[in-house]
Design a protein around this ligand. Structure first.
Ligand code: NAD
Ligand code: ZN
Length: 242
């Protein structure tokens, strides 16, 4: 398959499913996970901050880290890649589904509606006691930890941490959408972690086309229909415009 084939496959597809990872937000200035471990935080491994153990041991430290990432995300803007996916959703009317591994909320801010956030969202917190989910206050007004508006309990970041399960309904919805897709797009994800690989294979096994957009080769590349070695915004523009 070449670029022209990939473009017509996407244009003609009645059902499109998309999976995005940290790479689509790189152009908004949000670092990928490993790149985020700089400066003060360089001495911590992600597992030492983004895990139930870390939160049990030192909730203030974990919240300090997430509060910083929350400030960065709120200061960032969606980029052309997020915008093009919101446009693709409008073009495909009902036949569109987006699953993201990102926790930055940028897809929703760009106008994507049929969206599941498989790893949670940095801009919300969840009560340790009663599981109530609530938006964080604006960064300027936020002093962690947030307190539950319903029961007064301490709230944790609403993120799926290392060692935790993905939200079952969201994963099922994604799996159904990828199984039904004529075309799936895998954008800005290294593909090493579940569920990226699993979703791509749902589509391939049922005869659908899977197109990757990533400047680098990934674990998935050899198995997919076509790979565009571009950034997310340039790759989407090449598939959708012109
Ligand atoms: P990853 O860091 O493992 O991989 C990022 C991928 O993006 C790489 O394959 C890289 O080649 C590619 N990439 C880099 N720049 C790109 C660009 N401009 N356009 C397209 N692709 C580009 O990310 P992952 O696969 O999403 O897994 C990391 C985990 O960390 C995720 O589960 C996510 O929850 C979390 N995370 C989220 C954010 C965010 O919300 N923005 C940021 C960092 C980490
Ligand atoms: Zn509560």
């Amino acid at each position: 398959m070449n670029l022209a084939d990939a473009r017509s496959a996407l244009r003609d597809a009645r059902r499109v499913a998309v999976l995005t990872g940290a790479g689509i937000s790189a152009e908004s200035g949000i670092p990928t996970f490993r790149d985020a471990q700089q400066g003060l935080w360089a001495r911590f491994k992600p597992e030492d901050l983004a895990s139930p153990d870390a939160y049990f041991r030192d909730p203030a430290l974990v919240w300090e880290w997430y509060a910083g990432r929350y400030r960065d995300v709120m200061a960032a803007q969606p980029n052309a890649g997020h915008d093009l996916l919101a446009r693709l959703e409008r073009q495909k009317e009902g036949g569109y589904f987006l699953a993201t591994q990102n926790v930055d909320g940028l897809h929703a801010r760009a106008g994507s509606e049929k969206l599941v956030e498989l790893h949670g969202n940095l801009t919300t917190a969840r009560c340790d006691v009663c599981s109530q989910v609530d938006d964080l206050p604006a960064p300027a007004d936020f002093t962690p930890p947030p307190v539950c508006p319903r029961c007064g309990g301490r709230m944790r970041p609403n993120i799926v941490w290392f060692g935790e399960f993905l939200p079952e309904q969201a994963l099922e919805a994604a799996s159904d959408a990828f199984a039904a897709a004529d075309v799936a797009l895998i954008i800005g994800t290294s593909g090493m972690v579940y569920p990226a690989a699993g979703l791509a294979f749902e589509t391939l096994e049922r005869g659908g086309t899977v197109i990757e957009i990533n400047p680098d080769e990934t674990e998935l590349t050899p198995r997919l229909s076509f790979s565009l070695r571009e950034t997310a915004s340039r790759g989407l523009a090449a598939l959708m415009e012109g």
